[in-house]
Each structure stands twice: as structure tokens, then as C-alpha cells.
Write a protein that binds this ligand. Structure first.
Ligand code: FES
Ligand code: MG
Length: 591
């Protein structure tokens, strides 16, 4: 007769119920008793479940988690666990200077310490605003205790005069309206604020919707969780069910390494193309994978994602917003469509103990205006192409957003339809760009290629979202609206500008961009996936020697201790922008 597998010993017992160390046990106990937990509870053998709280007054996008946590606690109690809620370092995408992405690794680092150093058997990760999702998943990956993510959900749709207004994207339109005298400043603020009518993360397909959707595609949230709008009652129920489920996950010893496998990442890459996800996704997913020890490279994004079609019609690329995505079926409906084309690794395990294929098999599209069936996509080939050359070892481009105007102007040579050459105009950081873009002395014309350097993880600590640059006013007046942009920084959400982003290594790390000069000829070949300065190798070597003699590419001084610490340890964008030494620490809870 076989014996049933025994439950794994709870790690919290080393604190609260350790016969080998009665003195410390008493000390641990008395301090958790002092707010009302009883000795009986703490020594009952019930799992202690952390609720990693990312909401606060400083993090309005995630603030609703303060409410949702009450229902998470109900669920944990109901299932026989003991909830302990604690704060995560706040990350507010639009409020944190100089950039919220500076703080992703800081929140990661502190959450690792909490999950490892306190008596927690499992954790509920409260995700939402852009960087909160990768920070939490990266920490859960490193410590590897049972973990489940709960999205805060998107805001309700914004509306103004009968039209949807999307968070982030409306600002550009509102500025034009103010410039044209259609609205005054008060009207401008009102219009912008209309896009954010409730609690929740941004209702457009920016980095927040992208990362919450991918957390579900990775299997780290209960099915259907990502898209439920924050104020909906279903969101409260999802919080309760998430609390129930994490307790079982502890008993089953279902850990992040069981869920976030290479198969799960390939699913997330394909879902990212189908939803029209952010160019920030490769940075974050590659970062999570590195903390798990899962093989994932920047090339996987082209190999597995580039030819996947765009199915989701959300602003800024499309028409609709978060509420519409939810009503149309959310992530399960998208996954189901990809399954029909054989593009999902259906056996990938998810936090509910079932596979992604099982979870999504019966998902239907409820509104084909918002989610298209696989055979009638909005666009073909919605993923990223990876370029390389003497300018950088890798950079990504979203070919699907390249405008017709751009194609006609740059990609119309019948002998060489996917390649173009131009004169480089180089800016050192966003301030330099803003100061000089309209300066006639730069002689920017329709054959110019704009470069932004000094905007990577070291140069602009955390990497700035500044690579999408507008053409100078005098060209805009002639109808030239988009010039190719290349840089070692990031780009916000999705954009129509033909940008080559996330160039690695960045100028500040000695990448080829540091050797470029305004006036150089540059050749981009989208078929050959190459991007090169057209100078000889010996000239390139001369320039490198000169750069090194000058002490390398100069970037602004550190403003805070963390900027200095991170600059000394951070990986490049293609390698996830992680803290390199942290990658050596994996599966901490397994000893
Ligand atoms: Fe927080 Fe968009 S700024 S989700
Ligand atoms: Mg952003």
C-alpha cells in the first residue's frame, strides 16, 4: 500500500514552533502576539500567508489593493491560513522622478528580503501599475515560495463628449486642442483627467495592461483575473478566490519555478504580440526569467513573437479601453484564439493547479470589435524584430506600427525594399534633444535618422522612455511627421513612430552608439536585421581609443545613493536590467 505524499513542512514553523530553539521561538511569538494573534494560531500549523501590499497614497494606481486585501484576508482565513499584510516600496509610474523604472530593482530587492527573512509560507503579490508587476514577480522568482498574483484591475473607461479617452494617450490630443484654441488650460486639465475616472491601472494598452495580461499568460494569476476593472464586484470576488487559493498552493507546494517555465514565457511572448503589448515587456520578462534561471533571450522575442498577429483593438494603437477588453473576454479569449493556431504551450501549469490550455479551452470572444478571431486579425506580424550591428549588440523594433508614410519614404527602393540609409543626428539625453530639436543648424531633413543616447539603465539611471522623438517643427509643417528614431532608452506604451529601442549595450556601457557622430551615414536593413555606422573598422577603432582616453561616455552625476548603487550593478536592457549579483541567488527558500 502506498502512502500519500506528506505535506511539506511549513517554513514558518522554524520561527513559531521550533523545539530546538525555544528561546527564539518565544521571542518571535511574543512580538506577533502583541497585535492580537494568539499562540494557538501561530503554533497551529496553519500556513502564514503574506500579502505584499503595493498600494498606498503614493501609488494611486494600486491604492485599491488596500480595499481588496480585506477580501484576500477573508479568503486566506476561510481556507485555513493566517494573513499577514506588509508594504512594498511604492512605485508610481508617472509620479516618481527621475523615472519609476529606477525603483523596480529597489522594490525587488526589499521584497526579496521580506519574503526570505520573515515567517511566510506563501505570498499574494498585489500587482498593477507598470513596474509593480515585474518587481513582485522577480522577487517571488528569487525566493521561490508559493506565490500568486492579484491584479488591481484597470480603471473604468474615460469619456469626454461621447468619446473614449484613454489614460496617457489623451494628453497628446488635449495638447493639440489647446494649441488650436479649442480648449483653455482648465479644459485641458479636465480633458486629461477624464481619462482616469476611477481607481485602477491605466485603461490603455500601455505597460500596465501589458504586464498584468502577461502575468496571467505566465500562469501567475487565476484565469480571467487581469482584465476585470478595479471597481467591479468581480474584482472583489477575485481577491477572495486568490486568498483561498494561495493556502492550497502552500499545501501543494506549488512554487513559481513550477509555473514560470520556459513554456510559460513563450506563451507570454505570443500573447504580448496578440494584445499589442509594450516594448517594455521584453525587459521585464527577460528579467523575471533570469531570476528563475530560465533560458530566455532577446532573440526569442523575434523567433516566437514576430509573426503572431494583433488581435486586441485597444488604444493607443486601436480604439477601445480596459472595460471593453474585459467584456470582450480578456486574456483567456486571446489565449484561446492563439490555441486554435497551435501557438500556445497548452500544458504550462498555472496557479490554479490546471494548465493554461485547460483554463482557456472554453473561452469565447464576446465582442469581435475588441478581440478579433485569429483568422481576421487587425494586423499581421505584430511582434518585435531584433536588429544588431556595429551600433549595438541588440535593439528591438515593432515593424507593425511603421506608418505608410514612412514605408513610402524609406522603404520604397525596389532593389532594396527593406533597407534605408540616412544621416545621423545625435542627441545626448532628453534635455539635449528638447533644447536642440528645432535648431536649424542641425540640418535635419527627411533623410535624417534621429539618435538618442545616454538614456539607458546607467546613462539615465533606470532608462528613460524618450526614444520616440518628433520631427522638428519646420519638417512637421512640410508634412514630414515621422523620422526613424534609434536609442539606448525605452519608449512609453505603444507608439506609431518607427523606433529602434532598448539598444544594448548603451552608450554609457561602451556600446557603439557612443562612437556615433552627427553627420555619419547609417544603414538600417530590416531584412538582414542589421544597423551599422558606415565607417571603416579602423576609423571605428580610432574613435573607441579616443573615447576610452576621455574616460568613456560621460553621463550626469548620481542624485541619490540608490542611483549610484544601481549604476554599478545593473544589467543592460536586453538582459532584463536586473541587478547582476542578484541573479546568483535563486530558490532561496529551498536553502
Ligand atoms: Fe500607474 Fe499607468 S501610471 S498604471
Ligand atoms: Mg510607462
Amino acid at each position: 500500500m502506498s502512502t500519500p505524499p506528506s505535506k511539506p513542512a511549513l517554513r514558518s514553523r522554524a520561527w513559531f514552533d521550533n523545539p530546538d530553539n525555544p528561546d527564539m521561538t518565544a521571542l518571535y511569538l511574543e512580538r506577533y502576539l502583541n497585535f492580537g494573534l494568539s499562540q494557538q494560531e501561530l503554533q497551529s500549523g496553519k500556513p502564514i500567508i503574506g500579502i505584499a501590499q503595493t498600494g498606498s497614497d503614493l501609488s494611486p494606481c494600486n491604492r485599491h489593493h488596500l480595499e481588496l486585501a480585506k477580501r484576500v484576508r477573508d479568503g486566506i482565513r476561510e481556507a485555513g491560513g493566517i494573513p499577514i499584510e506588509f508594504p512594498v516600496h511604492p512605485i508610481q509610474e508617472t509620479g516618481k522622478r527621475p523615472t519609476a523604472s529606477l525603483d523596480r530593482n529597489l522594490a525587488y530587492l526589499s521584497l526579496v528580503e521580506v519574503l526570505y527573512g520573515y515567517p511566510l509560507d506563501g505570498v499574494v503579490l498585489t500587482i498593477g501599475c507598470d513596474k509593480t508587476t515585474p518587481a513582485c514577480l522577480m522577487a517571488a522568482a528569487t525566493v521561490n515560495i508559493p506565490a500568486i498574483a492579484l491584479s488591481v484591475g484597470p480603471m473604468l473607461n474615460g469619456w469626454f463628449r461621447g468619446e473614449r479617452t484613454g489614460s496617457g494617450t489623451i494628453v497628446w490630443k488635449a495638447r493639440e486642442m489647446m494649441a488650436a484654441g479649442e480648449i483653455d488650460y482648465e479644459g485641458f486639465v479636465k480633458l486629461v483627467a477624464s481619462s482616469a475616472p476611477s481607481t485602477g491601472y491605466c485603461n490603455t494598452m500601455g505597460t500596465a495592461t501589458t504586464m498584468n495580461s502577461l502575468a496571467e499568460a505566465l500562469g501567475m494569476q487565476l484565469p480571467g483575473s487581469a482584465a476585470i476593472p478595479a471597481p467591479h464586484r468581480d474584482r472583489q470576488e477575485m481577491a477572495y478566490r486568490t486568498g483561498l487559493r494561495i493556502v492550497d498552493m502552500v499545501h501543494e507546494d506549488l512554487k513559481p519555478t513550477d509555473v514560470m517555465t520556459r513554456a510559460a514565457f513563450l506563451n507570454a511572448i505570443r500573447v504580448n504580440s496578440a494584445i499589442g503589448g509594450s516594448t517594455n515587456a521584453p525587459i521585464h520578462l527577460n528579467g523575471i526569467a533570469r531570476h528563475l534561471g530560465v533560458e530566455l533571450s532577446i532573440d526569442d522575442w523575434q523567433t516566437h513573437g514576430e509573426t503572431v498577429p494583433l488581435l486586441v483593438n485597444l488604444q493607443p494603437a486601436g480604439e477601445y479601453l480596459g472595460e471593453d477588453f474585459f467584456r470582450a473576454g480578456g486574456v483567456p479569449a486571446v489565449v484561446r484564439q492563439l490555441m486554435s493556431a497551435g501557438l500556445i504551450e497548452e500544458d504550462a501549469l498555472t496557479v490554479n493547479g490546471r494548465s493554461l490550455g485547460e483554463n482557456c479551452r472554453d473561452a469565447t470572444i464576446e465582442d469581435e470589435r475588441v478581440i478579433r478571431p485569429f483568422d481576421r486579425p487587425l494586423l499581421a506580424n505584430a511582434g518585435f524584430r531584433v536588429l544588431r550591428g556595429n551600433l549595438f549588440d541588440s535593439a528591438i523594433m515593432k515593424l507593425s506600427v511603421v506608418s505608410d508614410e514612412f514605408r513610402q519614404r524609406y522603404l520604397s527602393n525596389p532593389d532594396d525594399p527593406m533597407a534605408f540609409e540616412g544621416r545621423a543626428v545625435v542627441f545626448d539625453g532628453p534635455e539635449d534633444y528638447h533644447a536642440r530639436i528645432d535648431d536649424p543648424a542641425l540640418a535635419i531633413d527627411e533623410t535624417s535618422i534621429l539618435f538618442m543616447r545616454g538614456a539607458g539603465p546607467i546613462g539615465y539611471p533606470g532608462a528613460a522612455e524618450v526614444v520616440n522623438m518628433r520631427a522638428p517643427d519646420y519638417l512637421l509643417k512640410r508634412g514630414v511627421t515621422s523620422l526613424p528614431c534609434i536609442g539606448d532608452g525605452r519608449q512609453s506604451g505603444t507608439s506609431g513612430s518607427p523606433s529602434i529601442l532598448n539598444a544594448s549595450p548603451e552608450a554609457a556601457a561602451g556600446g557603439g552608439l557612443a562612437l556615433l557622430k552627427t553627420g555619419d551615414r547609417v544603414r538600417i536593413d530590416l531584412n538582414a536585421c542589421s544597423a551599422d555606422i558606415l565607417i571603416s573598422d579602423s576609423e571605428l577603432a580610432e574613435r573607441r581609443k579616443a573615447l576610452e582616453a576621455a574616460g568613456g561616455y560621460a553621463y550626469p552625476a548620481h542624485q541619490t545613493p540608490w542611483q549610484e548603487i544601481q549604476r554599478g550593478l545593473v544589467a543592460q536592457l536586453d538582459a532584463g536590467m536586473v541587478l547582476e549579483p542578484a541573479v546568483n541567488y535563486q530558490r532561496l527558500a529551498q536553502g
